[in-house]
Design a protein around this ligand. Structure first.
Ligand SMILES: *Cc1c(COP(=O)(O)O)cnc(C)c1O
Length: 403
């Protein structure tokens, strides 16, 4: 295992938001001013008792934390030996880990005196998590979403509207996530003083990769203590799926200094050709996208490459800078899982354990199932980032009910 500079979490990122050469902020000066103000407010407020006690209260009484760690005995037996443990983020209010950071982001917005939070959403998961937090804190919420995605993700659009958010349809270009980002950013820049642009993963310019990691670190802290109580030590392996990388950083952050193997699972989609997958760390190269330097998938012109996987929450052509860094120093290992393996894990976890995972999380479960076969005497802690309700119609209409 690579030697890590300790204490890791307080050393990384540096004051400019760098994890080694990755991260930073590559943005126009007027946005830099706003991001600096957010970074300053975060450092100031997050150290106060008011912020921490409010967040603690929300975690327990509103989100339902701590979420359990569950020993998946049936699945472990089925796989052939290695013992699989699931950190049940699917049991978090709204059914996924995203609320861990949106609640804290909107709390920060409120303390900064902002009146409104604004963001883009692809499949609608971030939009729903942000709309939930905005409803809780009584702030306005504006979500930009491509018209193609609006047609595809109707239940999430309905949820956002019920939660009181304004959904702004984006009708130019390909009418999907990239255009939604441009549209949301344009709206934000019209009045950055009274709004907070709430980024949905450990991506974007500084301070978001650090802030979102810190907000998600509750997952790793809880899981580490819960695992120690159950098994009397550390897990041998930790596993999480990586889209932007927030659920993975949440879990990994607690284990970086420990002798634990860490696996970042990327979606291989339909294959290894460009456009067939979204495995940014595995197949990408260094580049700047959305205001930060990281590893990204590029097309022949050097523009962000087309991405695909069965799990739309993992379809991002780059990855959080901390993942790029940890992988570059070989502290984490990026691995891939294809659509077929993720689907198999989706059905298997449902049948063997009575837990229907999100398709994103099914990628992590699929890799844990492989590890359990390869390492029959080891323990494997997996972040089950979300539940599969949102995927039921799509999976059963397209692929049926499994064998
Ligand atoms: C959004 C989402 C992901 C991917 O986002 P990360 O920032 O990589 O964690 C994974 N799982 C679920 C359930 C999601 O909703």
């Amino acid at each position: 295992m690579t030697e890590i500079q300790k204490p890791y979490l307080s050393r990384f990122p540096d004051a400019e938001g760098y994890f080694g050469k990755f991260g930073g902020s590559f943005i126009p000066p007027e946005i830099k001013t706003q991001m600096d103000a957010i970074a300053e407010a975060y450092e100031k407020f997050s150290r106060t008792h008011a912020f921490q006690s409010e967040l603690q209260r929300i975690r327990v009484h509103y989100q339902g934390r701590p979420t359990p760690v569950y020993h998946a005995q049936n699945l472990s037996d089925y796989c052939g030996g290695g013992q699989i443990f699931l950190k049940r983020e699917d049991l978090n209010h709204t059914g996924a880990h995203k609320l861990n950071h949106t609640m804290a982001e909107v709390l920060l917005a409120k303390m900064m005196g902002k009146k409104k939070v604004i963001a883009e959403t692809g499949a609608g998961q971030h939009g729903v998590a942000l709309a939930t937090a905005a409803a809780y804190f009584g702030l306005a919420c504006e979500i930009h979403m491509g018209e193609v995605d609006i047609a595809k993700e109707k239940p999430n659009v309905i949820r956002m509207k019920l939660l009181g958010a304004t959904v702004v349809p984006v009708g130019f270009g390909a009418k999907t996530l990239k255009e939604a980002v441009d549209s949301a950013f344009g709206a934000y820049l019209q009045d950055p003083e009274s709004q907070l642009f709430a980024i949905g993963s450990v991506v974007g310019p500084h301070p978001f990769p650090k802030m979102v990691r810190d907000f998600q670190s509750i997952v790793g802290k809880e899981a580490k203590a819960q695992f120690a109580e159950m098994m009397g030590g550390l897990p041998d392996n930790v596993v999480a799926c990586v889209g932007g990388g927030s659920n993975a950083m949440g879990l990994f952050s607690a284990f970086i200094e420990d002798p634990v193997a860490i696996y970042a699972v990327e979606p291989l989609g339909r294959g290894t050709q460009a456009g067939e997958h979204a495995a940014s760390i595995t197949y990408g190269e260094e580049g700047v996208l959305h205001g930060f330097n990281s590893i990204m998938l590029k097309d022949a012109q050097g523009e962000p490459g087309a991405v695909y996987s069965i799990a739309s929450g993992l379809d991002y052509p780059s990855v959080g800078p901390e993942h790029a860094y940890l992988s570059s120093i070989k502290r984490t290992q990026a691995v891939t899982i294809g659509d077929d393996e993720a689907l198999d894990a989706f059905y298997t976890l449902s049948r063997k354990e009575g837990i229907i995972p999100a398709l994103e999380s099914a990628h992590a479960v699929a890799y844990a199932m492989k590890l359990a076969k390869e390492k029959p005497y080891e323990t494997i802690l997996v972040n089950l980032s979300g539940r599969g309700d949102k995927d039921l119609d799509f999976v059963t209409e397209t692929y049926g009910f499994g064998n």
